[in-house]
Write a protein that binds this ligand. Structure first.
Ligand SMILES: Nc1ncnc2c1ncn2[C@@H]1O[C@H](COP(=O)(O)OP(=O)(O)O)[C@@H](O)[C@H]1O
Ligand SMILES: [Mg+2]
Length: 610
């Protein structure tokens, strides 16, 4: 039951409030490096000061050279020329210095935030991850972290310098010239900024929509590629392509709308600037004609304008980028607000190492409130015992394992380990005590060694090899040209179902936990390997508390107690002998399986590798 990621629906309208919140969340990560931030800001002001001084020197230079014809130039204004060169160089030097000083701050902030999001995602519930599509999720994180870098560089390297420069220029214009110049510049800037902000806000909604469609298309493609084999089995390439294209089509249309609105914005901005520049030059030219201003002055006003015009021209783009970055960052931070369904309670205690008892007491559970899965399930596993659970597919066996592992919390009753409700234990200590061989094993796209060692990363090579031997993997690995270094492919797809299952067994054994769960751990093995492993599993379960979920009854005959689960209820329990004697559901299943298999412990029904 895959659901479209809930946050992929058109979100709330963009608002300044959201942006401020996002910025507020971000600032502490930067402020951690106060010293560098302040130093970078000083470099910024210095660079802009030098930049604004250049036209001033230039004006003096022009005025010095502007002598009446016939008069000879007495000296070349060497000092002015020198100052001109030094200032030009200082602009670039301070800019580069600022970048050098600030690079560490940006990268460390990106690193810290990425790490925090990653940790948080791992702390979220299985439910969240089952419902959320991984493709969309990784996209959100990728875009979010990338946007932190852009946001910082746009703000610090563009907006702030431009504001500083505007302040300086307007100040000089008002101080040295007729107020009309300052007034025109100020008015034009005000109109320009207002126009840009208003139109860009409207465009952000379009942008958001395009992003969401982009995520959705990507999630659909990834899901389809993950199911590559299934697509082939059903010859559904065309169907998949059509589904993908549907999403692409929506996305393409959103992008086109995006482009229309962008062009509109750019045209408007250009018009405002053109009008302002014309008005300024008009004023300046008429003053030069009347002798109120020198030639140097018109050069100065023109240089200021051009200098302001360049960053201003980018201001629109930058404002858009900043808004977009904020949108992307907000989306990533939203993941951080995703609530943890299963969390450690305030007074949670650590489960001490050592033997453990397990008890399910009148457990009732539903994944979805509309459909209950378990009803009043009670049983106990004394420390060191093995309890087996059998029952039809879908009766809730794997759910028992998930509840013991506390992937979900029960709705009624309690699951206890060593007499303590698992909700009162820290998740880390509970999970450290449990080793599980899940029904479907998924492996990391790495080597066999890595995947086995994952059970206990600090285990020595000898311990890894012993675990592999116990899981009947040794012969298989010896036959591989690359041995332990063989790569297993994405999700372990290069191994057969049985091989994957044995890797899962090896790493669970390596973990050496007090409680072991085997969830149909040998279902993908042939009967010969299964028998060989069976002895090892029984050996491994010796002295540990074990919950063994089995499809084939022959594998659990030796369990201390067997529960028969039917549609979420325990309908029978007892030893193998007692249950066969009782002549109930178990005895029936037993008779049936023996019939099918032509005798106990013999050829078993081959189960397709998963
Ligand atoms: N994450 C989930 N969300 C909703 N329903 C689920 C989920 N996982 C399993 N179920 C349902 O719960 C029932 C029991 O599943 P499970 O415990 O895996 O059965 P099994 O006995 O075959 O191991 C099944 O009907 C299954 O469809
Ligand atoms: Mg199952």
């Amino acid at each position: 039951m895959r659901r479209a990621p809930s946050s992929a629906l058109p979100g709330p309208e963009p608002s300044e409030r959201h942006d401020w919140e996002t910025l507020r969340t971000l600032v502490p990560y930067l402020w951690e490096y106060k010293g560098r931030v302040l130093l970078a800001l000083s470099c910024l002001v210095a660079a802009k000061g030098a930049n604004v001084a250049v036209p001033l020197i230039f004006k003096r230079l022009i005025d010095a050279l502007d002598i009446t014809p016939g008069q000879a130039l007495i000296v070349v204004p060497a000092a002015l020329l020198l100052a001109y060169g030094v200032l030009r160089f200082s602009t670039s030097m301070f800019t580069e210095l600022r970048e050098i000083v600030f690079a560490r701050v940006t990268q460390q902030a990106v690193r810290n935030i990425s790490l925090q999001v990653f940790r948080h995602l791992h702390s979220l519930s299985l439910r969240f991850h089952l419902e959320r599509q991984t493709g969309g999720l990784t996209r959100d994180i990728e875009r979010g972290t990338r946007s932190i870098g852009s946001l910082i560089s746009y703000t610090l390297y563009s907006i702030l310098p431009t504001l500083v420069e505007m302040g300086l220029v307007i100040g000089i214009l008002f101080a040295q010239y007729d107020a009309v110049f300052g007034a025109i510049t100020l008015t034009a800037l005000a109109i320009y900024i207002t126009f840009t902000v208003v139109v860009t806000n409207w465009r952000t909604a379009l942008r958001r929509q395009a992003n969401e469609l982009d995520s959705a298309a990507n999630a659909r493609a990834i899901d389809s590629l993950i199911n590559f084999e299934t697509v082939k089995y059903f010859n559904n390439e065309e169907w998949e392509a059509r589904r993908y294209d549907e999403q692409l089509q929506k996305w393409a249309w959103a992008q086109v709308k995006n482009q229309y609105s962008l062009s509109m914005l750019n045209t408007g901005q250009a018009a405002i600037i053109a009008i302002a520049v014309t008005a300024m030059m008009w004023q300046a030219a008429s003053r030069v004609a009347s002798g109120a201003m020198t030639l140097g002055d018109i050069v100065l006003v023109n240089a200021f304008l051009i200098q302001l015009y360049i960053p201003l021209n980018f201001l629109g783009v930058i404002y858009r980028e900043i808004r977009q970055s904020l949108t992307d960052i907000e989306r990533m931070f939203k993941l951080m607000n995703e609530h943890r369904e299963v969390a450690d309670s305030p007074g949670a205690m650590a489960l001490p190492p050592g033997p453990a008892t397990v008890e399910f007491q009148a457990v009732g559970f539903a994944y979805d409130p509309k459909r209950s899965i378990l009803f009043d399930v009670s049983f106990a596993i004394p420390a060191g015992d093995t309890v087996a659970v059998v029952g039809h597919s879908g009766s809730g066996k794997s759910t028992l394992a998930r509840l013991l592992y506390r992937f979900y919390d029960v709705q009624a009753g309690a699951v206890r380990v060593n007499g303590v409700d698992v909700r009162g234990l820290t998740q880390a200590s509970l999970r450290a005590a449990i080793g599980i061989v899940p029904q479907d094993t998924v492996l990391f796209n790495d080597t066999l060694l890595y995947n086995i060692q994952y059970g206990r990363p600090e285990a020595s090579r000898e311990e890894v090899e012993a675990a592999a031997r116990a899981a009947q993997l040794e012969v298989f690995i010896q036959r591989l040209p690359d041995g332990y270094e063989t790569r297993v492919g994405e999700r372990g797809l290069k191994l057969s179902g049985g091989e994957k299952q044995r890797v899962a067994i090896a790493r669970a054994l390596l973990k050496n936990p007090a409680i072991l769960i085997f969830d149909e751990a040998t279902s993908a093995l042939d009967s010969k390997t299964e028998k060989a492993i069976q002895a090892q599993l029984e050996q491994a379960a010796l002295g540990r508390t074990a919950l063994v979920i089995a499809h084939r009854l022959s594998t659990v005959m030796n369990a201390d107690r067997i529960l028969v689960l039917d549609q979420g209820r325990v309908i029978e329990q007892g030893t193998h002998a007692a249950l066969v004697d009782a002549g109930g559901a178990y005895a029936q299943m037993w008779a049936l399986q023996q019939e099918e298999q032509g005798g106990p412990m013999d050829d078993l029904v081959p189960v397709p590798a998963t």
